[in-house]
Write a protein that binds this ligand. Structure first.
Ligand code: 13P
Ligand code: SF4
Length: 332
């Protein structure tokens, strides 16, 4: 079979990157990724673009084309620092909206606009107004996994990495905490502030069960279980550590458990396993179909066409930005 010279050149160019991911991407798959990775890394230079990738992106995105990686909080913080003209958000739509709120003059791209989130879908701006009417004077703390319209009705945003700190920063004895019911109950356990929740759930984390975790624990001696706070309370009760995706990653990097089960989206374990070779990852995990809409192919197309770009109605953007900026100011 004739070898396409361009493909051979691309393979040679990206060979050093394969070294970083060879334990998590089979060598038979690598040639499929190589030309996209070479093209994307060239396009980033010509378009003066950066790629922000969430911890749930696949290893070929996370390790081979992303400039900045992390949890929702890190991506929001780092989005403010960039002097690139173009930001590509390899993650879901609410993350791209947050980046746009913080960078109104930059082009912010989301390679597939259908990359949504069940939590963001669970609540509307009118729902928040109704909650305020029902609980007059009670401040609204809104998880970043929401639309800009919902953020605009809120006093302050939070992420899973800072939720308790944000709730306590308000000095109120009561807060409305939307939309994740399970994150709300986790926060309520850590604070004396009374939490008024909403019934939103993450479709990925709500599927784990405590029975599943307990049966893994009994079949794997010495297993450490770490879970994301979007999981139901009995799942969190069966875990040894609870934290945001960045806190879960730090836990593994610092504590080096011999065997770990990460109760979260599948790509988390792959991305950490690419760097850490002395930890065994036990993998029941659930895929987020929204995160998986982002591919090397649509990142390349997005960089070529500068579409789809995120736009937010200015009357919404101003109020939503204030809620995100209040969050970023806490703990500074
Ligand atoms: P964090 O990365 O902020 O922990 O969020 C997890 C998540 O589900 C984002 O969609
Ligand atoms: Fe939303 Fe859950 Fe997917 Fe995160 S993992 S984007 S919370 S559906």
């Amino acid at each position: 079979m004739a070898i396409n010279p361009q493909h051979a050149a691309d393979l040679a160019k990206v060979a050093p990157l394969y070294e970083r991911v060879k334990t998590v991407i089979p060598d038979i798959e690598w040639p499929v990724h190589a030309s996209y990775i070479a093209a994307i890394n060239d396009l980033k230079v010509t378009q003066n673009a950066v790629i922000l990738a969430h911890n749930y992106q696949t290893p070929e995105i996370f390790h081979c084309v992303a400039d900045i990686t992390g949890d929702s909080l890190a991506l929001a913080r780092r989005a403010v620092d960039t002097d690139a003209d173009v930001i590509v958000l390899a993650g879901v739509h609410f993350m791209a909206e947050t980046a746009k709120l913080l960078n109104p003059d930059k082009v912010v791209l989301i390679p597939d606009v259908r990359a949504g989130c069940s939590l963001a879908e669970s609540i509307t701006a009118e729902d928040v107004r109704a909650l305020r009417r029902k609980h007059p004077g009670v401040p609204v703390v809104t998880y970043v996994n929401t639309s800009a319209e919902v953020k605009a009705e809120s006093d302050i945003c939070c992420t899973s990495g800072n939720a308790v700190e944000i709730v306590e920063s308000l000095g109120s004895d009561k807060v409305i905490f939307i939309p994740d019911e399970y994150l709300a109950s986790y926060v309520a356990e850590q604070t004396d502030v009374k939490i008024i929740p909403w019934q939103g759930h993450c479709e990925v984390h709500e599927r784990f069960t405590a029975d599943e975790l307990n049966s893994f624990r009994s079949s794997h001696a010495g297993l450490t279980i770490i879970a994301h706070p979007e999981c139901p309370p009995d799942v969190l009760g069966a875990a040894d550590f609870v934290g945001s995706t960045a806190q879960m990653q730090n836990f593994v990097v610092e504590k080096r458990p011999s065997k770990v089960l990460m109760v979260t989206e599948c790509s988390m374990s792959d991305n950490i396993a690419a760097d850490i070779h002395d930890v065994e990852f036990i993998r029941p995990c659930n895929l987020c179909p929204h995160m998986k809409r982002i591919t090397l192919e649509n990142i390349q197309r997005s960089l070529e066409t500068l579409e789809p770009a995120v736009e937010i109605d200015p009357s919404v953007a101003e109020r939503a930005r204030a809620a995100v900026e209040r969050m970023l100011a806490v703990g500074k």
